[in-house]
Design a protein around this ligand. Sequence first.
Ligand code: CP
Length: 308
Amino acid sequence: MSQLSTRHLLGIKDITETDIRLILDTAANFKEVINRPIKKVPSLRDITIANIFFENSTRTRLSFELAEKRLSADVVNFSSSNSSVKKGETLVDTVNNILAMKVDMVVMRHASPGAPHFLSRNITANIVNAGDGTHEHPTQALLDAFSMQEKLGDLTGKKIAIIGDILHSRVALSNIFCLQKLGAEVMVCGPITLLPKYISSLGVKVELDVKKALEWCDVANVLRIQLERQQIKYFPSLREYSLYYGINKKMLQALDKEIVIMHPGPINRGVELSSDAADSEHSIILHQVENGVAVRMAVLYLLAGIKG
Ligand code: CP
């Protein structure tokens, strides 16, 4: 039986092309399962999974919980906002207390880059990174790749533009690693202040003009302006950002070609994407959300097969 090369999913940088293809193929099987009248399989019966979220989340937390329940795992949810973290408990103490209750796997979101890597060196459970600060969001990249493949077939040679706030985005970095491993060409586009200085060293094209990026690509993965991570002003105003980098349906129609619009959510409607573009026939945003459950089922199922 095929196995992943790792017992944790900490980032796409750490896994192989074979791992990615195994996850995507397994997700295709689980997508068929979750579209049956009976959506549940017994694959993770007797496995207990803790979803530990130190940062806000709607899609990722719900999607992991649904994936776990569809696999018949026992699920506990932890949110730092109403926990003893508020009384000064450390990350390792918090997690060790949860593990003392016989938890097998931990899905964790944390504001600090590297927090899940730190955890993986200190506890025995399988760890899944559900987003660590501005670093990586591996399951988002996997569900994005799965959704692109569904629409375009094999991604070798396909042109993917990641547009928006690249500097503060964990989705951008995980997407770059994942798409390159699958053979796609990747471009990043945004205001120069929102592009990290090291970005061209990752082998991506860099474009400052959003219209040129849209003309070049098969898929535009549009990212949110992450105001909560911006301590200083990176552009004069949201109105100006929207004027120069916002994507609307008129721009898409003017391209006179097929283009796929994606967004990891949550969308700032009217800033990076107008409602008529987000809700247009070009958009596969809700397919991404649907596919997230199947992809996370695949990740959890495959990791559960590898014990420490
Ligand atoms: N895409 C994503 O990570 O969304 P949430 O922050 O709502 O989980």
